[in-house]
Design a binder for this molecule. Structure first.
Ligand code: PGA
Length: 249
């Protein structure tokens, strides 16, 4: 059975004291218990976040990770380093990583492998750009992103994969996919996974929607049968907004 997840991607926001204060605010909120809650602070604040949230149900995730296990890669962070500070979930393939840091499907396939080899859970992001949507190629684009980065895995490995469909045109723009557009794409993704693997792999994988999810639209989006939660950027930076989204299920 797949679970509902609401994950906050803080991106390059919040220094240490802002991180502590947002986490303290988050701990005052009530989770009605229908969704797992994840927060992804920046690398330097992962360990303080892990320590701060000990004894709560809120899970700490990283926003990225290097594909190699160790070595001369100045400035990079490995899977085992993340694990050593209590982090076992990592976001990979975010559209900002793809656009600004030139992360390709092939590179992401390597990162996914490394994460899974280190017993980490991957929140794998993908989604089409506006031109793809306008040109009607959005399904093709999404299918190839999935197949290039994930379809070498065996079905058992999918237990540690969470998908996050994030149309690039909806990220940080205030423009959201309609609940119907999200549902259509999520159903399509499940069909693609089913055709590649089997019905139970497709049914069991959690598929999050991301792109301008807010307290005002979360409930309608999450009410769709194939939408199992959200990856939240801007609205995850305020505890009350984030928990309104968490409790939208
Ligand atoms: P947004 O970001 O909610 O600010 O649109 C979503 C994301 O980038 O994951």
């Amino acid at each position: 059975m797949r679970k509902n997840i609401v994950a906050g991607n803080w991106k390059m926001n919040n220094d240490l004291s802002q991180t502590e204060s947002l986490l303290n605010d988050l701990k005052k909120e009530t989770n009605t218990g229908n969704a797992e809650v994840i927060v992804a602070p920046t690398f330097v604040n992962l360990y303080p976040a892990f320590e701060n949230l000990k004894g709560t149900d809120i899970i700490v995730a990283a926003q990225n990770m290097h594909q190699n296990t160790n070595g001369a890669y100045t400035g990079e962070i490995s899977a085992s380093m993340l694990r050593s500070v209590g982090v076992t979930t990592v976001i990979l393939g975010h559209s900002e990583r793809r656009a600004y840091f030139h992360e390709s499907d092939e590179l992401l396939a390597q990162k996914v492998n490394t994460a899974l080899e280190n017993d980490m859970r991957v929140i794998f992001c993908f989604g089409e750009e506006l031109a793809d949507r306008k040109g009607g190629t959005h399904e093709k684009v999404v299918e190839s992103q999935l197949s290039n980065a994930l379809f070498h895995l065996d079905s058992d490995q999918w237990k540690n994969i969470v998908l996050a469909y994030e149309p690039v045109w909806a990220i940080g723009t205030g423009e959201t996919a309609s609940p119907e557009q999200a549902q259509d794409m999520h159903a399509f993704i499940r069909e693609v996974v089913k055709n590649k693997y089997n019905a139970s792999t497709a049914e069991d994988v959690t598929i999050l929607y991301g792109g301008s999810v807010k307290p005002t639209n979360a409930q309608e989006i999450f009410s769709k049968p194939d939408v199992d939660g959200g990856l939240i950027g801007g609205a995850s930076l305020k505890a009350t907004d984030f928990f309104q989204i968490v409790n939208a299920f």
